[in-house]
Design a protein around this ligand. Structure first.
Ligand SMILES: C[S@@+](CC[C@H](N)C(=O)[O-])C[C@H]1O[C@@H](n2cnc3c(N)ncnc32)[C@H](O)[C@@H]1O
Ligand SMILES: [Zn+2]
Length: 335
C-alpha cells in the first residue's frame, strides 16, 4: 500500500480519517503489512500482502477470487499482446489517457485488473477496489506501478472519502451483487463536482432470463469452484467445436448463442483459436459460477444515477453502458 492512498480513504463505519500503523515496509515505501486504524471509532483493518482489507476473507464473491487468480493474465493486454481491454475501456468510458492525466480514478470491482492496467498507463492515480481475493491478482497485474492502489472492500461499505474522485468506473460488476440498485446508488457520492462516471451492467430485457445460462445456473452457482471448472474443462473439447459451427450459422447463430451457455467468441478476429479457447473456459466459468447474476432494467439504472446527481449522457450496447457526469443535462443515445 502506498501511503498517499490515505488521502482518499475513510473508515467504512464512521467515514472518519484512518491512520496507518506499519509492520513491514518494502524498500520502495510499499506498506506490506500493518493496519489502518480509525481515529474516531477505533475500528482497525489489517494490511495483508500489501493490501488494506476491509471485509472478511470469505464472502459471496469468492468464485471471482478463484477465477481471477487462476486466469489472471488472460485478459491483460500487456500479457496477451492485444488491445482488447484498452479498446473496451476507452469505448465504455469515453475517456482518454490525456483526459485522465493527474486525476484520481476508482475502479469498482477491478477483478484481475484488466482496466486498472489501462487506466494507470498515464499519470492518473488509480484505486482498484474489489470484494474478492481477486485483489491479489490485481496487485500482481500492476506490480511496481506507484500510481495504482489496491483495496479489498465492498461497494456496500466503501472505505473511500466522499467527493474525492474525478472519475469512477464500474464495468461488469453490479449484476453480480445482491442488490444492484443499491450498489449503483453508492457510486455518485464518490465523485467531485463535474466528476465522471462510467458503468456497464448486464441489461435486463423481456427475454433476458430465458437465456440458457439462467437455467443451468440454478445448479452451477452452488457447485464448488474447482468442481465446476473441472466440468467445464472436461466438456469444452466437445462444446467448443460444436459452438464453432452453430454460433456461425447465418441467422440461427444468434439463437444458439442465446440458448447455449458456452462463451465462445466466434466473432472476435483478434484472438487466435487457442486464445479463444482459453477465454471460452474462463468466461463460461464466469457465466455459471457467480452466486448472483441479476441484470438491470435500463430505466432503473438511469434513475439511480439521476438520484445521485448524475446524468447519463450516453447509453450503448452491448449491455447497458451508461456514461455520465455529476450535474450535467441528460442526453441518452443508444449506440
Ligand atoms: C465479472 S467481474 C468484473 C471484473 C472487472 N471489472 C472486469 O471487467 O474484468 C466482477 C467483479 O466484481 C466483484 N464484486 C462483486 N461484488 C462486489 C462488491 N460488493 N464490492 C466490490 N466488488 C464486488 C467481484 O469480486 C468480481 O471481481
Ligand atoms: Zn470509524
Amino acid at each position: 500500500m502506498w501511503k498517499n492512498l490515505l488521502s482518499v480513504l475513510a473508515c467504512p463505519e464512521c467515514h472518519c480519517e484512518l491512520e496507518c500503523h506499519t509492520k513491514n515496509v518494502g524498500t520502495d515505501g510499499d506498506v506490506l503489512s500493518g493496519s489502518l486504524k480509525c481515529i474516531a471509532c477505533s475500528h482497525e483493518f489489517p494490511i495483508i500482502g500489501g493490501i488494506p482489507r476491509f471485509i472478511p476473507a470469505n464472502n459471496y464473491a469468492e468464485s471471482f477470487g478463484y477465477q481471477w487468480n487462476r486466469f489472471r493474465a488472460l485478459q491483460i493486454d500487456a500479457e496477451n499482446r492485444t488491445r482488447l481491454s484498452e479498446d473496451r475501456f476507452l469505448s465504455e468510458t469515453g475517456w482518454t489517457l490525456d483526459s485522465m492525466a493527474g486525476k484520481w480514478l476508482v475502479d469498482i470491482g477491478c477483478g484481475a485488473g484488466r482496466f486498472l492496467e489501462v487506466a494507470s498507463r498515464g499519470s492518473a492515480e488509480v484505486v482498484g477496489l474489489d470484494l474478492s481475493s481477486a485483489v491479489d491478482a490485481a496487485r500482481r497485474t500492476v506490480s511496481g506501478r506507484r500510481n495504482v492502489h489496491i483495496v479489498q472492500a465492498s461497494m456496500y461499505a466503501l472505505p473511500l472519502r466522499p467527493g474525492s474522485f474525478d472519475c469512477c468506473y464500474c464495468i461488469g460488476v453490479l449484476q453480480h451483487t445482491p442488490d444492484p440498485l443499491r450498489a449503483l446508488r453508492s457510486l455518485p457520492q464518490l465523485l467531485k463536482p463535474s466528476g465522471q462516471i462510467a458503468v456497464t451492467i448486464y441489461e435486463r430485457r423481456k427475454w433476458t432470463l430465458c437465456n440458457g445460462k439462467y437455467l443451468i445456473r440454478r445448479i452451477t452457482r452452488h457447485l464448488p469452484e474447482r468442481v465446476l471448472l473441472t466440468l467445464i474443462t472436461v466438456g469444452m473439447p466437445i462444446a467448443f467445436p460444436i459452438t464453432e459451427l452453430l454460433f456461425r450459422l447465418p441467422g440461427l447463430g444468434r439463437l444458439f448463442k442465446f440458448m447455449i451457455p458456452i462463451a465462445n467468441y466466434v466473432d472476435n478476429p483478434r484472438l487466435t483459436l487457442r486464445e479463444r479457447y482459453r477465454w471460452a473456459l474462463m468466461d463460461t466459468f464466469d457465466m455459471l459460477a457467480p452466486y448472483y447474476d441479476q441484470p438491470m432494467i435500463q430505466s432503473e439504472a438511469e434513475t439511480a444515477l439521476t438520484d445521485g446527481g448524475i446524468v447519463a449522457r450516453r447509453l450503448s450496447n452491448p449491455g447497458l453502458n451508461l456514461v455520465g457526469e455529476k450535474g450535467t443535462a441528460i442526453e441518452l443515445v443508444r449506440a
